[in-house]
Design a protein around this ligand. Structure first.
Ligand SMILES: Cc1cc2nc3c(=O)[nH]c(=O)nc-3n(C[C@H](O)[C@H](O)[C@H](O)COP(=O)(O)O)c2cc1C
Ligand code: SF4
Ligand code: SF4
Length: 294
């Protein structure tokens, strides 16, 4: 089965999940969503199309939603996935609007799966917990890919009584643009490597008169700030919530496999990670039971 996966990922978490999905199909291609979108999207010859995004304020980021709105109508199987920092039920309907858009365009959305990954804002997850979440996510993506390949549908979980949550947080989209104008660069730290400028998914950073300037189309993805080699970027009104540097999970998890361990943190976030890790562990145990013994 040939899969094409479109993904918007600010700081790399959702990209890692996209790659995990991709590795489970006989042939696959991962394409990053960035602005401006290509005028034509060659989607011929793929059996299934995946769409992934990070949850921002309990909803999908504006860039992702406008990408979906620009898609051509197509009668194809599709799957959605999103990553977020915790398993709060307020996140449950983040994919509902995207699913509606895809359905209207003719796509048959067969699943919408929520992956928990380490926060890229607010508070930093302990390294070991971050690694476990990624390793669990890889397994979860493998299991969902198997269902897709078997032609099965996993009914999306968008509880009716939580559908009001994403619209209520509409403010995140204009806030991202306004706050982005207030990003600042510490000139003493900046080496003018221009990594931030080249990597911004919406071309919101320009180099003018020897200085880097932030324009007004920021998607608050945090890629520039998290990956700046000298931590020179402050993120406007949210600067106290900065979670630098990057977790660098792909490198740190090389050769490791998921083995359930209780996170060391207590509190809501620790419990949320634990619930997710136990959930994936349960799926793997159920899978092992089903496998015929030789
Ligand atoms: C602006 C912003 C808003 C966020 N809002 C939420 C949220 O509502 N719920 C949540 O669980 N995580 C939230 N997060 C955390 C991210 O969803 C999470 O770290 C995600 O895995 C990042 O994915 P990425 O690396 O692909 O961008 C937010 C992050 C940012 C930058
Ligand atoms: S990535 Fe950091 S060091 Fe490089 S140009 Fe941007 S702000 Fe300066
Ligand atoms: S300016 Fe930074 S946070 Fe804003 S969209 Fe560009 S990379 Fe993302």
């Amino acid at each position: 089965m040939k899969a094409l996966i479109f993904v918007f990922s600010g700081t790399g978490n959702t990209m890692l999940i996209a790659k995990a999905f991709a590795s489970n199909f006989s042939s696959s291609e991962v394409r990053e969503i960035k602005s401006p979108y290509p005028s034509t999207l060659d989607m011929d010859g793929f059996d299934v199309i995946g769409f992934g995004f990070p949850i921002h304020a309990f909803r999908a980021p504006e860039l992702f939603v406008s990408f979906l709105k620009n898609l051509p109508p197509l009668k194809k199987k599709a799957f959605l996935f999103e990553s977020s920092g915790e398993g709060l039920h307020l996140n449950d309907c983040a994919g509902a609007k995207s699913m509606r858009i895809l359905k209207k365009k003719g796509y048959e959305v067969i699943s919408d799966t929520h992956f928990i990954m380490p926060y890229n804002i607010i508070s930093r997850f302990p390294d070991e917990e971050a690694e476990d979440l990624y390793l669990a996510g890889k397994e979860y993506a493998r299991l969902i890919s198997s269902l897709i390949k078997e032609g099965k549908t996993k009914k999306p979980h968008h509880p009716f009584f939580l559908r009001w949550v994403p619209p209520l947080f509409w403010i995140e989209w204009p806030f991202a643009r306004i706050n982005g104008k207030h990003f600042k660069i510490d000139e003493k730290k900046c080496t003018k490597c221009l990594k931030c400028l080249h990597n911004c998914p919406v071309n919101n950073i320009v180099y003018k008169d020897g200085k880097l300037v932030f324009l007004s189309s920021c998607s608050l993805c945090l890629r520039c700030a998290m990956n700046c080699p000298t931590d020179a970027i402050s993120i406007g009104m949210l600067n106290n919530w900065k979670v630098n540097p990057s977790y660098d999970l792909e490198k740190r998890c090389e050769g490791k496999i998921f083995v359930y361990k209780k996170p060391t943190r207590s509190g809501v976030l620790g419990r949320s990670s634990d619930k997710y890790l136990r959930f994936v562990d349960g799926l793997l145990k159920a899978e092992a039971k089903e496998k015929p013994t030789e």
